[in-house]
Design a protein around this ligand. Structure first.
Ligand code: AHR
Length: 360
């Protein structure tokens, strides 16, 4: 191991401030719209007092840095960019860390290689945002054998032995999907369309990613008898693929009422495809667009009248993982499953004001 020195680099108070909004129970927290501030607060406190800064500089100079390897999914979406930024701005030398960052380009085999490389480099902690849920046992066994704790962030792993990872922190994807279905039911009812036959298509995320699995299952569980799911196909969480799949849906079906996009970037692609096909969408259009993530560009799109609603998935996990590491360094217990509070936003809200208060 490179080091195992705990320097109290991030004061507990600082981290606690950064972590407002991070639930610590095994139960998903309620997510009313006005809890959105939690996302912003999570990263708001990166101004350490001068004394603390001096301490961290000393620690860095002494080589007493906590070495963290982060196996990131890729750079497929605005959400992912915000997530990477959150890690890079949290795990700095000034804060007492050395971050080894790997972009797996959405490929599980690349993430497995990155984890093996982190093991070889004897990092202190491995953080993984797994591309998909399954297929991790072997490499996690290797990390366990090397005595390196593995922290999961964002997406979940489905492993037979839960002791293979220390803990997980992220959004409740299934609840996001359930909330989206409930929102749609309420909207249709309010529009007097509660009993109408409603045709839906879904642009799914990367198949097998917990963000895809949870949102698909969550929305599916809220489907009404008079809703028809015409088709579901992956758009791999990217704008270009989302557009491509939507173009093909529009060619196959001329009576789509709702598009469920399992992230904002695919929604942007879907909007482009709908407009190119001469159709309309959004609150004043013919097709309702539901999305997930609630990144800043989705607010622009809702304000422009293209997307109806976006269900938040909070990407600011850097400070949350830092808090977990600090607790582990202090020999404290950490909750195995840590859900983050999340909200939703739609065009009935004061989106400009909300957007101006958000960090991503
Ligand atoms: O795992 C989180 C999902 O991954 C986000 O919804 C999406 O934008 C990203 O690619």
């Amino acid at each position: 191991m490179k080091r195992k020195v705990l320097s109290a680099l991030l004061s507990v108070a600082m981290v606690a401030t950064m972590l407002v909004g991070c639930g610590s129970s095994s139960q998903p927290a309620a997510a009313p719209a006005d809890t959105a501030a939690s996302a912003e607060e999570a990263q708001a406190a990166d101004a350490a007092p001068a004394e603390e800064e001096a301490q961290t500089a000393d620690a860095a100079a002494d080589g007493d840095l906590i070495v963290v390897g982060y196996a990131q999914v890729g750079a497929e979406s605005d959400w992912r960019t915000a997530n990477t930024e959150s890690f890079k701005t949290t795990f700095t030398e000034e804060n007492g860390y050395q971050l080894i960052f790997d972009d797996a380009q959405q490929k599980q085999e690349n993430q497995i290689k990155a984890i093996r490389s982190f093991i070889q480099q004897e990092v202190d902690y491995i953080v993984v945002a797994p591309v998909v849920e399954t297929g991790w046992e072997t490499v996690l066994e290797e990390a366990k054998e090397a005595g390196i704790p593995v922290i999961l962030s964002d997406r979940m792993m489905d492993v037979s032995d839960e002791s293979l990872y220390t803990c997980w922190v992220g959004g409740n994807f299934e609840k996001e999907g359930q909330d989206a279905a409930k929102w749609l039911a309420d909207k249709l009812e309010a529009d007097g369309r509660g009993d109408e036959e409603i045709n839906i298509v879904t642009l799914q995320g990367t198949i097998g990613a917990s963000a895809q699995v949870g949102r698909t299952e969550g929305f599916g569980s809220g489907m009404k008898d008079n809703w028809n799911m015409l088709a579901m196909q992956t758009g791999e969480f990217t704008q270009s693929k989302g557009q491509e799949v939507m173009e093909s849906f529009l060619k196959q079906y001329d009576d789509i009422d709702v598009v469920v996009c399992e992230n904002d970037n695919m929604a942007f692609g879907a909007v482009d495809a709908i407009k190119a096909a001469g159709k309309t969408c959004g609150p004043e259009g013919d097709i309702i667009i539901i999305s997930f993530d609630a990144v800043s560009a989705a607010f622009d799109s809702m304000i422009a009248g293209d997307i109806n609603a976006s269900f938040e998935c909070n990407p600011l996990h850097g400070p949350r993982v830092a808090e977990i590491i600090q607790k582990l360094e202090a020999g404290e217990e950490v909750d195995k499953i840590q859900y983050v509070d999340e909200a939703y936003f739609d065009t009935t809200m004061d989106l400009k004001k909300i957007q101006s208060e958000r960090l991503y």
